[in-house]
Design a binder for this molecule. Structure first.
Ligand code: ATP
Ligand code: MG
Length: 453
């Protein structure tokens, strides 16, 4: 009670009363239980210190949809330094977009100062804030609450919730769009995509994840503008790729990416092969994404290494075939193919080394799994990446590749007692391995006739 009184007394006098629509609790019924206590305490303490502060973005959107949000963003009138002054457990991050992180054990609450979308020039420096195509170069001008709302991407992402008085602030018609389950950009869609092409990827991600409709005005410019993603820094596209493929709706996201031409700018080498051999390549990628979705739904862990190994497998195949045709044995050929492909691919999506190393191990093991004579099977089984490599082999088979029943053999072998394992190895007859691609592409697959032993 007293706290509330202090808060009201301290409400910044010069803070303009927010415009837009304001919904009291009775109209939205949003339960505070869905929000992290830490996030609520951050907004409360900022308000007590005299600043405006709201929960904002994905957490408000997801809570209104009845989902428990996974992370929490706070928007405030306090500058990062002022936030730092309120919370000892905070630090300032980012050079261009300075944000404060308030740390509570394993949970981090991201606190951003209200910003405005200065589209013509940067007020502070007087320099152009956009490039010739309309892309926003600087986005670090502080603004009011309303300006902060209007610089956000989708209307449903521009809802602000004040947990102290339980009012929901809607400046862009987000509530109505949320009820209609539709994804609408704030302002002119083409302009907003040109300002930041990543919004196109965000559009398909939210459509897939939230099961929202992509209305014509949101969807229609994407095919035409998709190529602009090629200019986005690879590190940012890596972050976005992870969000697209690890959000539990990877398969649907992939379908939308393909439909709108958003896959090719991120994975150009795979995209080419997917077009040429959709039966095998697209099936393999979709099955990998489906199993990722299933694992996440079951609360299991997924590794980006496996995911990217599958997404890039189509691009690896022609290179492997080429090196084998030039006379390299399968294992060196696949290693050389990876060394060729990865530096080219990393220019588009900067997959970190901690994942590219296991990816290469998973790939190389694909060519070791067929060689089982002597102690080789035991050595492969003892490899720390065996499980991932075995799952990958099953994926290839599920996508229609004929491996001569290799998956079945390894399924039995890994669970068999020692004497049976010896027998299984001694019974190997070593038939010529079937081609990787049973169909069409004779030139590539005919070079893949290594011994299965
Ligand atoms: P989720 O975290 O579930 O993926 P989110 O909407 O919270 O979804 P974030 O990337 O965490 O997405 O961004 C938080 C908020 O910041 C968004 O809801 C949106 O309001 C704003 N935002 C993020 N990226 C952009 C962008 N590229 N352009 C404009 N606004 C953005
Ligand atoms: Mg978020």
């Amino acid at each position: 009670m007293l706290k509330k009184l202090i808060r009201n007394l301290r409400k910044p006098r010069n803070a303009a009363e927010p415009k837009g629509q304001q919904l009291p609790y009775a109209e939205h019924g949003l339960s505070l239980d869905l929000f992290s206590r830490n996030a609520i305490s951050v907004t409360t303490r900022l308000q007590e210190a005299g600043y405006q502060a709201f929960l904002v973005g994905g957490c408000v959107r997801d809570a209104l949809l009845g989902e428990r949000p996974k992370d929490f963003d706070v928007a405030t009138s306090a500058t990062p330094e002022q936030v730092r002054g309120v919370f000892r457990n905070s630090r300032i991050i980012g050079r261009r977009f300075r944000l404060a992180h308030v740390l509570f054990g394993r949970e981090t609450i991201e606190v951003a100062t209200f910003r405005s979308n200065h589209t013509t020039h940067d007020a502070a420096s007087g320099r152009a804030a956009q490039d010739s195509s309309g892309r926003i170069l600087r986005d670090n001008v502080y603004g009011t609450l309303e300006e902060d709302a209007l610089r956000r991407d989708f209307t449903v992402n521009a809802l602000y919730y004040d947990p102290s008085d339980r009012t929901l602030h809607d400046f862009a018609g987000g509530i109505s769009d949320l009820h209609k389950r539709t994804l609408r950009l704030i302002g002119d869609p083409e302009t907003r995509y040109l300002e930041d092409p990543v919004r196109m990827l965000r559009a398909i991600r939210f459509a897939a994840k939230l099961n929202f409709d992509l209305p014509a005005e949101t969807a229609q410019p994407i095919k035409r503008l998709a190529g602009m993603l090629a200019d986005i820094p690879a590190a940012r596209l890596y972050e976005e790729a992870l969000k697209v493929f690890l959000n539990g709706s990877a398969e649907d996201s992939f379908d939308l990416m393909q439909q709108y031409g958003l896959f090719a700018p991120l994975f150009p080498f795979s995209a080419k092969e997917l077009e040429q051999d959709p039966d095998y390549c697209a099936t393999l990628v979709r099955l990998a994404l489906r199993s990722t979705d299933t694992r996440l739904a079951e609360g299991k862990t997924v590794t980006p290494a496996f995911l990217f190994a599958a997404l890039l497998w189509p691009a690896l195949l022609p290179l492997m075939a080429q090196y084998q045709a030039e006379g390299l044995a399968p294992v060196p050929a696949i290693q050389k193919a990876a060394h060729k492909l990865l530096p080219m691919q990393l220019q588009h999506v900067a997959i970190p080394r901690r994942f590219t190393v296991p990816m290469q191990e998973i790939w190389a093991l694909q060519e070791r799994l067929p060689y089982r004579y002597g102690r080789r099977a035991e050595t492969v089984l003892a490899n720390p990446r065996f499980r991932a490599a075995y799952d990958f082999l099953l994926l290839r088979e599920d996508a229609g590749e004929d491996t001569g029943n290799l998956g079945q053999w390894w399924t039995e072998y890994q669970f068999a007692p020692e004497p049976d394992r010896r027998r299984m190895v001694s019974e190997l007859s070593g038939p010529v391995r079937k081609s990787r691609r049973p169909r069409k592409r004779k030139s590539r697959s005919s070079s893949r006739g290594g011994k299965t032993q």
